[in-house]
Ligand binder design. Sequence first.
Ligand code: IMP
Length: 194
Amino acid sequence: MSTTKKPPLANTPDVYLEAISHVLIDEETLHKRIKEMGENIASDYKDKNPVLVGVLKGVVFFMADLIMATPIPLELDFMSIASYSPSARDLGYVRITKDLDICIENRHVIFVEDIIDTGLTLGYLLKLLRTRNPASLEVAVLFDKPTRRLIDIRPKYLGFHLPDLFVVGYGLDYREQFRNLPFVGVLRPKALNL
Ligand code: IMP
C-alpha cells in the first residue's frame, strides 16, 4: 500500500475547487474524532441497545461512520422534516414529513445531528421526542456553532466547535450541492451568490 498522502482536494472536481476557499477539517481529522465519539458511546451504552435517530439528509455520512465506530448492539432510525415557512422556521416549528419507524417509548435514544447552529430545529425535535417517553434522550452532534445559539442545548457527545462560517461537505450542503465532499470546507462568499 502506498504511504503517500493525497492532498485533501486531489479528487475534487474543479467546479467545487473554485467554490471552496479552504479546508476547515480534513478527512483524517474527521474520522479520528468520530472514532473517539463512537468509542465513548459504546462504553456508555454497552448493555442498553440504544436507538440512534437522525434527520435526513445531511446526517447520513456522520451517522454511517459513527455507528460503524460504535461496536455494540444498536438500532437506527431516521426522520425527515420540512419548514412550514421561513418565519415558522425562525420560531423552530418544522413539519415532520417522515416520522420514526421504531417506537422509542422506554428506549435509550441518542439524537444524532450533523450541525447545531441556532439550535431551534433540534430544540423543537427534542421536545417532540420527549413526549414519546424515551428511557433517556441524549444528543451527539458533529459540528457546533455556539456563537449563534438561541436555545440552550448541551450535547453529550460533540465532535468539533466551528466558527461562525458557512461550511459545506461531509453531508452539509449549500442548495443541495457539496454534500459529497469528504472534508469540511468554507465556501467563498462569491459561491454563496450562485
Ligand atoms: P439550526 O436550527 O439553526 O440549529 O439549524 C441547523 C440546520 O441549519 C442544520 O441541520 C443545517 O441544515 C443548517 N446549517 C447550519 N449551519 C450550516 C452550515 O454552515 N452549512 C450547512 N448547513 C448549515
